[in-house]
Design a protein around this ligand. Structure first.
Ligand SMILES: Cc1cc2nc3c(=O)[nH]c(=O)nc-3n(C[C@H](O)[C@H](O)[C@H](O)COP(=O)(O)O)c2cc1C
Length: 356
């Protein structure tokens, strides 16, 4: 059996294979409520044979949405709508995961669907974003409000509430989004965090918020629920958040009960990023080797053999795909075929009579 199609168990959840769907914003929800688009979008990956289907960045509070059209998980209506999608994903034999997110200073941004770009003004349904500091992200809302102590506490509680709701909606796996220049990453990086309280300055202070969020989430859900954290391994800028910082934080996350680090990069500041096939894999490899925690590799993974090789060389425990799965939601079925796997179990029952 290939490594790609061998199951993986995290806590009490066994996932059928190691081809996971990377989170992908769809900017298609009204009032944070996922709809038929999300059902078909996420459902197609489950039908296509993926192991874990992760939702898009799903906001834990309304002001934590990137665009006004982001999904959320802060009320009963959203929870019920997610349940329908989770049930379908389960029916296809896949595992359902949700990415819990807060966009921080990058909130209240146009999706781009209508041609409008940049920050959404209050007059068009936008809101004042929050961040660690008052400094804006270039080209987005210019007025981020630094979170005060009470705001930080509310934020931590909101992640816990969202985690509880996610589990109630049937999600098996939770991922905390601490990458791509959104709120938790903004606190981690010295380039975006200019605070002088206990949440800014030293490494210990900048990592305090993500650790508090993880502790709260762990406290609020059953011990059997796997918890992933997505990190940007580097800001790709001298003086920014670095791979060394990531390794150090990953070790602390492991001690707090995080089960896997989903290792991405960038997004917090404008940077030159050497994008190419598997360009973020070395970060996943370092975290896995040096922090002793399972990792997911993501970024420009497109070929079944490439994915198998990443696992075989010990760089990661799973791979996450985004754009290649948009090109072909049945990529896992094709990959299983190319790797010489017994495919029948992966095919939906409706297709199985025709399975090779
Ligand atoms: C349409 C789209 C939406 C995305 N939305 C998110 C998101 O909600 N959360 C996140 O962590 N990453 C998001 N990403 C980044 C992907 O999860 C992934 O890390 C990135 O696309 C690199 O993988 P790829 O080369 O396989 O596309 C998005 C990517 C795409 C293409």
């Amino acid at each position: 059996m290939s490594l790609l199609f061998s199951p993986i168990t995290l806590r009490e959840v066994t996932i059928r294979n190691r081809v996971w769907v990377a989170p992908m914003c769809q900017y298609s929800a009204l009032g944070g409520v996922p709809n038929d688009w999300h059902l078909v979008h996420l459902g197609s990956f489950a039908r296509g044979g993926a192991g874990l289907v992760l939702t898009e960045a799903t906001a834990v509070v309304p002001e934590g949405r990137i665009s006004p059209e982001d999904t959320g998980i802060w009320n009963d209506e959203q929870q019920a709508a997610w349940r329908r999608i989770v049930d379908f994903v389960h029916d296809q034999g896949a595992t359902a995961g949700i990415q819990l997110a807060h966009a921080g200073r990058k909130a209240s941004t146009y999706s781009g669907f209508t041609g409008a770009r940049g920050g959404v003004p209050d007059s068009d349904g936008g809101w004042r974003p929050v961040g660690p500091s008052a400094e804006p992200f270039p080209g987005l809302r210019e007025d981020p409000e630094p979170l005060d102590r009470a705001g930080v506490e509310r934020l931590v509680t909101a992640f816990g509430d969202a985690a509880e709701r996610a589990v109630a909606a049937g999600f098996d796996v939770l991922e905390v989004h601490a990458a791509h220049g959104y709120l938790l990453h903004e606190f981690l990086s010295p380039l975006s965090n200019h605070r002088d309280d206990e949440y800014g300055g030293s490494f210990e202070n900048r990592t305090r918020l993500v650790l508090e969020v993880v502790q709260e989430v762990r406290r609020r859900v059953a011990a059997g629920v796997p918890l992933l954290v997505r990190l940007s391994a580097t800001d790709w800028v001298d003086g920014g958040w670095s791979a060394d910082d990531t390794v150090r934080l990953a070790g602390l996350l492991r001690e707090e009960g995080v089960d896997l680090v989903d290792t991405s990069s960038g997004g917090n500041v404008v940077a030159q990023i050497p994008v190419g096939p598997g360009y973020q894999v070395p970060f996943a490899a370092r975290v896995r080797a040096e922090a002793g925690i399972p990792t997911g590799a993501v970024g420009k993974i497109t070929e079944p053999k490439q994915a198998e090789e990443i696992l075989a060389e010990g760089s990661a425990d799973v791979v996450l795909l985004a754009r290649e799965l948009l090109r072909d939601p049945h990529w896992p079925l094709r990959a299983a075929h190319e790797l010489g796997e017994t495919e029948a179990d992966l095919w939906p029952v409706q297709y199985r009579r025709a399975a090779p």
